[in-house]
Design a protein around this ligand. Structure first.
Ligand SMILES: *Cc1c(COP(=O)(O)O)cnc(C)c1O
Length: 365
């Protein structure tokens, strides 16, 4: 069996370092607001290239905290429109609606699955105040045109970097390209914890301070509450685990890029492959596209290869968002109908990759 992702094998590949880090926290008696959190926040901010990193409970919270902090600071107002890619994971949209803002769904470019500056500018109205780009599948969604457009229109630019830790844009990294970025350390992400964790990165001192405050009940001084906050913090155990894993992230991403290169060179099905952009993609997911997606998934499964679909139902087609079901988003719907994610992870062997390639090719022949 070739699993989609073998988390046990990934954890074991750190040779006991993760267990030692966890034991250290257990023995320390300090489980929140400790040295591991401080060290990880400092290391991750340095890695991403921002002045601040604020740890929080998960990726959805990271995005929500940015938006809520912007509202508290008077930079966004309830009901303001936030432009989002229609084909993102639901968390991106939940952050927007959960903060009382209005998502404006933009259909992506069919080749890259990313929204373009053109698509964004067509969706801008008098009420638009922010754009949330998503580095989906691990591929950088930022462009100089998007940056220019947001600056020219005075729009806040937020990055959903849940799937692209370590991805580069020129000499910078995703997570440092807009006003603020939300990161998820869900176990299956490129940088994954042993449970839930997330972070906000930003260069904005005021925003970072407000994000930290809201994630700590709206409080900076014990039992004094300035804002109506919530509890969203990173715990010492997860911070310790992430601190062990961060130094190997670039090497892990290189291995993902290597595997993606093998897939791209080896898979012969016409029109199946994603736009492979070397150096701007850390391949959280390796998607292929076919009109016969379910049949391919079944065929691979019968032959011992586990695959996933990212994602089977578009957000505007979900029951929870039935108020958006009238929208016409043909590219998004085609992606959700045709996408299949092949196994990819730093612990996959070359022979496993070759086996997946030959199976996909034997199916398309
Ligand atoms: C995983 C993910 C999130 C949410 O992260 P959680 O830590 O699961 O809350 C948000 N956006 C995208 C694009 C994701 O893939």
């Amino acid at each position: 069996m070739i699993p989609f992702l073998d988390l046990r094998k990934i954890t074991a590949s750190f040779d006991g370092e993760i267990e030692r880090a966890v034991s250290g926290v257990v023995a320390s008696g300090r489980y929140l607001f400790g040295r591991c959190t401080e060290d990880f926040e400092r290391a991750y901010a340095a890695y991403i290239g921002t002045r601040h990193c604020v740890g929080c409970s998960n990726g959805l919270d990271a995005l929500s905290l940015i938006l809520q902090a912007a509202i508290e600071l008077g930079r966004l107002n309830l009901g303001d429109e936030v432009i989002v890619p229609a084909n993102t994971y639901i968390a991106t949209i939940l952050a927007v609606t959960g903060c009382g803002l209005t998502p404006v769904f933009v259909d992506p470019d069919p080749l890259t699955c990313q929204i373009t500056a053109d698509g964004i500018s067509r969706a801008v109205t008098m009420r638009t105040r922010a754009v949330m780009i998503v580095h989906l599948y691990g591929m950088c969604a930022y462009s100089d045109e998007i940056g220019r457009l947001c600056r020219a229109r005075g729009l806040m630019l937020i990055e959903d970097n849940a799937q692209a830790h370590g991805c580069r844009f020129g000499s910078r990294r995703t997570g440092s390209l807009g006003h603020a970025a939300g990161h998820s350390f869900y176990p299956g992400k490129n940088l994954g914890a042993l449970g839930d964790a997330g972070a906000v990165t930003t260069d904005d001192d005021e925003l970072a301070r407000m994000v930290r405050k809201i994630g700590n009940y709206g409080s900076e001084r014990k039992y004094i509450f300035d804002n109506e906050g919530r509890n969203s913090r990173i715990d010492e155990i997860q911070a310790a685990v992430l601190g062990v894993k961060l130094p190997r992230l670039d090497a892990d991403n290189s291995r993902r890029i290597d595997i993606a290169g093998r897939y791209a060179a080896g898979i012969s099905g016409v029109g199946m492959l994603p736009q492979v952009m070397r150096g701007m993609n850390v391949f959280h997911i390796f998607p292929v596209f076919t009109d016969h997606r379910d049949e391919l998934q079944e065929y691979l499964s019968i032959h011992g290869v586990e695959t996933l679909i990212h994602y089977p139902v578009a957000p505007h087609r979900q029951q929870c968002y039935s108020r958006y079901s009238h929208l016409s988003l043909p590219v998004t719907e085609s992606i959700h109908r045709r996408e299949l994610s092949l196994p990819i992870s730093p612990v996959m062997t070359d022979s496993e990759v070759d086996r997946v390639i030959s199976l996909v090719n034997s199916w398309t022949d």
